[in-house]
Design a protein around this ligand. Sequence first.
Ligand code: BEZ
Length: 253
Amino acid sequence: MIKGQPDWNPEGYREHAGFVAELGEPVVQWLAPRAGERILDLGCGDGALSARLAATGCELVATDANPAFVTAARRTHGLDARVMDARALTFEGRFDAVFSNAVLHWIPAAERVIEGVARALVPGGRFVGELGGSGNCRSIVDALRVAVEGYGLDWKAIDPWYFPTPEAYAALLEQGGFRVEEMASIPRPTALPGDITDWLQTFATGIAAYLPAGQRAALFADVREALRDSLCDRQGRWTVDYVRLRFRAFKTG
Ligand code: BEZ
């Protein structure tokens, strides 16, 4: 398990974060996959969105760093899914397009990812993706920061997320040999299927893991309390302040 990342569990992910794949449809539209194209899905998770891509008739290869996700993607959707770290892609000139949804914000080493994506693509190939952008889940990030600092931890040292501005990410893509065709920052308030505690248990267990086991439930209870007024309505429905950064770029060489 990468420090700071959750210990992903495909069943829990499907139940509490199924909306991640459902809301990834616009990224698929930006990709506009064509039958017969060779496409790499970088960070396929449980494979729900990759299966949508494969259904368009493209030749799909899916990768994820987490073996449990790769097993789920193979078993549930019959995908060609492989365990691979996005910072160390081993493909060379193999794909017409690389696609990625809701993964790149877990990998602060963005230059290494972009380098590997460029290597994996044919000349003129496209890189289409979406990640959390600047300001993403700001309420949660602020509440977690205040709470972990209350336990004596240094937030900067344990923050697992990378939410770049459009300008910063476009500059990295250009330095990595891409021409950026489109880049959009999209506020997307998202209603959760359940309680914010489920969200924290799905996405923030890697942060809680820096505390002794006996303090983790109290950490999430503190964060829930801090967020209640801003994110929860009178009917008990939680809505999170997501901001997406969506892009389409072409390999220049
Ligand atoms: C996101 O998809 O934007 C996200 C996921 C987990 C934690 C924070 C943000």
